[in-house]
Design a protein around this ligand. Structure first.
Ligand code: MN3
Length: 239
């Protein structure tokens, strides 16, 4: 009885998700073969770099518990289900993102792989008692590219505030120059051959519990109190 009830109430989204996972499995020819025989290592949700309440009061533990524990985990689970048994099962997230970027038939894989990667990167872009200003080579490159750190903050804030709907704002290295860009939904600079240095998630799920519709207050709190400039400097050194 319970099974019948569940199958009757399966909504269209669940149905599509199941169908997509089943098609992916079929495409890989894995029907009837146990998962452990595929040699695929499922991606795991990486640990948060700090406790869930460590970014309060700027981001509450309630926000992190949903954002990390539900949203981020959801993207990881979905990309695992989608690539399992396919020719992408041995690839890294970055490789999957680069391979599927712009491929409409593999949009669901791209979206979930990119969101899985973007979120891991986003958590590292913050730390308790963060914010302030960058120093050294990073400060020099930011001044070169934007005129001053204050100008960079303005440009980054505008990109983040004006991204229409869901998406991300980024500081990237594009060749030798630094840029501020924004991307919609799951998209990521990795898809455009740029190296991400810093990102802010501007999906409503990132700030709505703490700031409701005040996205600019969230962006200001991010820049003034949360950015981990040491991580950004490390990304620049490895770019
Ligand atoms: Mn998010």
């Amino acid at each position: 009885m319970k099974e019948n009830f569940e199958s009757l109430t399966m909504n269209r989204r669940q149905f599509l998700a199941t169908t997509v996972a089943a098609s992916a499995a079929l495409a890989g020819g894995v029907i009837g073969v146990p998962a452990f025989a595929q040699g695929a290592v499922p991606f795991e949700l990486p640990p948060l770099p700090y406790p869930e309440d460590a970014l309060a009061p700027y981001l509450s533990s309630r926000t992190l518990s949903f954002h990390y524990g539900k949203h981020h985990r959801g993207y990881i689970d979905k990309v695992n289900a989608l690539v399992k048994g396919s020719n992408l099962a041995e690839s890294s997230l970055k490789e999957i993102i680069k391979t599927t970027a712009g491929d409409e038939k593999r949009l669901a894989i791209f979206d979930n792989a990119a969101q899985a990667w973007n979120h891991t990167f986003y958590w590292k872009c913050m730390r308790p008692k963060g914010g302030g200003a960058p120093s050294g080579e990073l400060e020099k490159k930011i001044t070169e590219a934007f005129g001053s750190f204050e100008n960079f903050k303005k440009e980054f804030t505008e990109a983040a505030a004006t991204q229409f709907g869901s998406g991300w704002a980024w500081l990237t290295a594009d060749g030798k120059s630094l840029k501020v860009i924004k991307t919609g939904n799951a998209s990521t600079p990795l898809a455009y051959g740029q190296t991400p240095l810093l990102t802010i998630d501007v999906w409503e799920h990132a700030y709505y519990l703490d700031y409701q519709n005040r996205r600019r207050d969230y962006i200001a709190a991010f820049l003034d109190h949360l950015v981990n400039w040491d991580f950004v400097a490390e990304n620049l050194a490895n770019a």
